[in-house]
Design a protein around this ligand. Structure first.
Ligand SMILES: [Zn+2]
Length: 161
């Protein structure tokens, strides 16, 4: 992943290219793997929404996994450091990785989803469960973010805004 990211950056199309979550920390957890702190430390409302969405997706043949959920502040800082090394600057890295102070993952209020077709399924159907894509450049990152009318907010271009 790091090599391909560097190549993409060298081609100057970094901002346009959908990137997968940074680096080697990607996991494939079930939303029911609550013994793992990445799942078990999620906000209970978010965890329930993800479990319900995963059940509905499974009924349509789509296996939904959590590639990253709750993160310790130390782990978030490590991801940011890795991204700075990958993208060459703090400003560039911040388009993909939040600081520990701002990360919703550290609060247990964000999940990165994996599984073939899972992100597209959630983008289309997640709103039924309160789950919204937040960043235009992160197809896999979801938070409970619907408003009182049940609508998701407009996409932000990236995590740096
Ligand atoms: Zn995320």
């Amino acid at each position: 992943m790091r090599i391909s990211a560097v190549l993409v950056s060298a081609l100057g199309i970094l901002a346009a290219a959908p990137m997968t979550p940074a680096s080697a920390d990607v996991q494939m957890l079930s939303p029911y793997d609550v013994a793992d702190p990445a799942v078990g430390n999620l906000d209970p409302a978010l965890l329930l929404a993800v479990q319900r969405a995963a059940d509905a997706a499974a009924a349509q043949g789509i296996t939904m996994t959590i590639t990253s959920g709750w993160r310790s502040p130390e782990f978030q800082q490590q991801l940011l450091n890795d991204a700075i090394a990958t993208y060459g600057s703090f400003a560039a890295a911040r388009q993909y990785v939040q600081t520990p102070e701002r990360s919703r993952h550290v609060l247990g209020q964000a999940v990165d989803m994996g599984g073939v077709g899972a992100d597209q399924w959630l983008i289309a159907n997640g709103v039924r469960f309160g789950l919204c894509q937040i960043y235009a450049n992160e197809l896999w990152h979801f938070e409970l973010a619907t408003d009182a009318a049940g609508n998701c907010p407009p996409l932000l271009p990236n995590a740096a805004v």
